[in-house]
Design a protein around this ligand. Structure first.
Ligand SMILES: Nc1nc2c(ncn2[C@@H]2O[C@H](COP(=O)(O)OP(=O)(O)OP(=O)(O)O)[C@@H](O)[C@H]2O)c(=O)[nH]1
Ligand SMILES: [Mg+2]
Length: 368
């Protein structure tokens, strides 16, 4: 899962990125105009426990990649608008996280002269639609030209043309493409264009310590006539960054002192999983305990393929049990069968979040 943090200059993107990246992740950045990248290991108490129970030599977390987009340098006419090469980087991600400034600070200038998060959100909504509209129009132009010179591919082209025309119409009506219902084959074609308004959209309201997060979230939500695949959340960037720099034990104390349950990152990750329709399953053993990320409603066969293509090709069945059942049995895996908590499931079994799977597979079949 790759999520880009982007936004107007000096809105706190890097501050929030640092709070997410903390100590436990790798970050890279080659130059100022390149985004910072962090691969963040997703903390999960269930995985920690499974590692203990199975005395695994390795624990492999699922990861999430964050990009901290650089300060956008717009044209002279539109200094606050995002240039197309900047948008191109955004197109490669799974979700967009727009960081909006809500915090007040006389020492940090705002590109528009004053702080107004409503204005800034409206502006980005328009910018994304316009950027996609330009992509759709240019693709339609090219297609029209090709249809004139080569009639042999006309049928295939016409269906694509219709699809793009549908996008264009929606965009002109200020409807983001994520709000429309698409058929599977349409989605396949749409992938070629990497439309920004089709991606799940996150608004991170960077609030000051004394501001009421719930209030600004409620006001920001109202700006989305089509709330499908939109997440609005408030994070106090400065505070979260300070917390993330502390050693783990001190973090807990500090959070308690501030009256907070957990860090913004811990709150944010499950929200992203929900937004993107993702979940985990686990595999366990002496060798390693591991969390795997898959789309919700995936089958056991799909899960097997995520572990290794051999497992999907030679799939016989999946042994499945629940983490909660293992805990209820005192964390003794040997008791699962006897207690009737170990199930055998076939290819079509729909995996649930937190299932622990062992895939039985036929080696000779998988090698063919
Ligand atoms: N008071 C306050 N200041 C903040 C907060 N978040 C960021 N800042 C300050 O705002 C300034 C800009 O923060 P950055 O995180 O560098 O912002 P950015 O969006 O990455 O900036 P560019 O990459 O230059 O566009 C810094 O001086 C931060 O200390 C916050 O939550 N509260
Ligand atoms: Mg920055």
């Amino acid at each position: 899962m790759k999520i880009a943090l982007f936004g107007l200059p000096l809105t706190g993107k890097t501050t929030i990125f640092r709070s997410f990246a903390g100590f436990q992740s790798e970050t890279t950045s080659r130059s100022k105009s390149e985004p910072n990248r962090a691969i963040v290991r997703i903390p999960d108490a269930r995985l920690d426990k499974l590692e203990q129970i199975y005395k695994s030599r390795r624990k492999v977390h699922s990861t999430i990649e964050y990009l901290d987009m650089p300060n956008p340098i717009g044209s002279d006419r539109h200094p606050a608008r995002f240039p197309e090469n900047f948008m191109a980087e955004l197109r490669t991600t799974d979700a967009l996280a727009y960081v909006v400034r809500v915090f007040d600070s006389p020492s940090v200038p705002h590109i528009h002269g004053d702080v107004d998060f409503i204005r800034d959100i409206k502006e980005i909504n328009t910018d994304l639609l316009l950027s996609d509209l330009a992509v759709a129009e240019s693709a339609l132009d090219k297609m029209g030209h090709r249809l004139k010179v080569d009639a042999t591919t006309a049928f295939e082209m016409r269906s694509r043309q219709e699809l793009l025309a549908k996008c264009k119409q929606a965009l002109e009506n200020e409807t983001p493409l994520r709000a429309l219902a698409w058929k599977d084959d349409e989605l396949k074609h749409l992938r070629n264009y990497q439309f920004l308004s089709q991606k799940p959209f996150i608004v991170i309201l960077n609030t000051g310590e004394k501001q009421n997060g719930n209030d600004v979230v409620a006001r920001a939500r109202q700006l989305f006539a089509h709330p499908q695949s939109v997440l609005v959340t408030a994070i106090c960037g400065q505070l979260e960054m300070e917390i993330s720099q502390l050693p783990a034990e001190e973090q807990i104390l500090f959070l308690q002192e501030m009256g907070l349950q957990e860090t913004a990152l811990k709150r944010f990750i499950p929200q992203c999983f929900d937004l993107l329709g993702r979940m985990y399953f686990f595999t366990v053993g002496e060798d390693e305990s591991r969390a795997w990320e898959i789309p919700k409603n995936s089958t056991a066969l799909y899960a097997a393929g995520v572990i290794h293509t051999d497992l999907a090709q030679g799939f016989i069945c999946a042994e499945v049990f629940r983490y909660e059942d293992l805990l209820a049995l005192g964390g003794v895996p040997g008791k699962l069968k006897e207690a009737g908590k170990m199930r055998l499931e076939g290819k079509e079994y729909v995996v649930e979040d937190g299932d622990i799977l062992t895939i039985r597979f036929n080696v000779s079949k998988s090698r063919k």
